[in-house]
Design a protein around this ligand. Sequence first.
Ligand code: SF4
Ligand code: FES
Length: 250
Amino acid sequence: MATLSVKLRVWRQPGPDKPGQLVDYSVTAHPDMSFLEMLDVVNDGLIRQGQDPIAFDSDCREGICGACGVMVNGVAHGPDPGGTVCQLHMRRFRDGETIVVEPWRARAFPVVKDLVVDRSAFDRIIAAGGYCSVNTGGAPDGNAILIPKAVADAAMDSAACIGCGACVAACKNASAHLFMSAKVSHLALMPQGQQERYRRVVAMIEQADADGFGSCSNEGECEAVCPKEIPISNIARMTREYVKAMLTSR
Ligand code: SF4
Ligand code: FES
């Protein structure tokens, strides 16, 4: 199959406090290469020339870990809906196309280097409330607590969030509401999540505020780019949880 030639415009920034700029690279790629494999090829060439390779994050390269997110032509995770950057392939682009690659832009996700951002603010939100307490001991019988199928399905759909941060990057307010609402919904729907139910939602929202995430103005940009297609109806559920928490003094 023929190769395709593209011009990459990549955000290069040597460090958090250093100025950055877009730098152009000419790339010849196989259409069946993944986007990250194409970046690997670019980096091989840069290393051979004694230049600094482009820093970017990746781990699983199969849409599970949430590490790889970048803006591709202004869209979080690129042009394929319901997928991550590591699931994007070069056949999605035209021969001769210019592809602009930038890091997530959000105050709460400061740039570490080039395309790598610090997403530890998400870890702090999870540490604030994104867990449930359990009594240790023997494993309970699988059928001891029956969960209606519809509830289990909704909880599992929410648990699909991979913490990639695309929702924040796509939001003009840099809001973490879709991310938080996925965690809140997952736990609020299950019996195991009831113990901290109201304390959890308040603690997570307070932590997001402290880390500089914005509020939600219901534009739906987050839902449009989420690789796990988490619906914004979860944000409505989180708001209801928050109001109930306020009315019941947590
Ligand atoms: S809600 Fe979607 S876009 Fe946001 S962190 Fe989770 S998987 Fe990523
Ligand atoms: S590298 Fe794990 S989701 Fe892309």
